[in-house]
Design a protein around this ligand. Structure first.
Ligand SMILES: C[S@@+](CC[C@H](N)C(=O)[O-])C[C@H]1O[C@@H](n2cnc3c(N)ncnc32)[C@H](O)[C@@H]1O
Length: 144
C-alpha cells in the first residue's frame, strides 16, 4: 500500500536565534489544526481557486498534474491500494493514479470536504465539473 500525504504547513521562524546547523536544516513547522479546517475550510472556494483552469493559477495546476503523471504514470509508482490522507474536496491528484492503483481510498478530516466529494459521486447538481482537468490528464497520458 502506498500512502500519499498532503496538507498545509507553514514554515515558522527558526528554533533559536543562534542559527545552529540543526535549526537551519530543520525549521519548526506547524500544521494547520483540525478545528481551523472544520470551521474555515470552504470546499467550493478551494476548488474554484486551486482546481480550476482560468483561476490565475493554471501554471501551478499544470505543474502538479505533470508531476503526478510522472509519479504514477508508466514506469512510476503502482500497487494494489492507494491511501490518500487529506483528499480534500478534490480528485485531480488521483487521476493519474487510477491506472496504476485498482483501489484508491480517500480520506479527510473535514466534514464539508467529505460531503462535497460524496455529492460529486452522486452526481448532484452544482458539484464541481472535473471534465477540463480530466481532459488535461488524458492529454498528458496521450489518450491511452
Ligand atoms: C489543502 S487541502 C488539500 C486537498 C487535496 N489533497 C489537494 O491536493 O487538493 C488539505 C486537506 O487535508 C485535510 N487534513 C488536514 N489534516 C488532516 C488529518 N490529520 N487527517 C485527514 N485529513 C486532514 C484537510 O481537511 C484538507 O481537506
Amino acid at each position: 500500500m502506498f500512502c500519499l500525504r498532503s496538507g498545509l504547513f507553514q514554515l515558522q521562524p527558526l528554533y533559536t536565534t543562534t542559527y545552529s546547523t540543526r535549526s537551519f536544516l530543520f525549521p519548526k513547522m506547524d500544521f494547520t489544526g483540525g478545528e481551523i479546517y472544520q470551521s474555515s475550510f470552504d470546499p467550493k472556494a478551494y476548488l474554484a481557486s486551486f482546481c480550476s483552469l482560468g483561476s490565475g493559477r493554471d501554471d501551478i495546476l499544470a505543474f502538479r498534474l505533470k508531476k503526478l503523471f510522472e509519479t504514477f504514470g508508466p514506469g512510476g509508482l503502482g500497487g494494489d491500494m492507494l491511501l490518500d490522507i487529506g483528499t480534500g474536496p478534490s480528485i485531480y491528484h488521483l487521476l493519474s493514479a487510477c491506472e496504476s492503483f485498482p483501489h484508491i481510498i480517500t480520506t479527510d478530516f473535514t466534514d464539508s470536504n467529505r460531503q462535497e466529494l460524496e455529492r460529486w459521486l452522486r452526481r448532484e447538481p452544482g458539484t464541481f465539473d472535473w471534465s477540463e482537468i480530466v481532459k488535461t490528464v488524458c492529454d498528458l497520458e496521450g489518450h491511452r
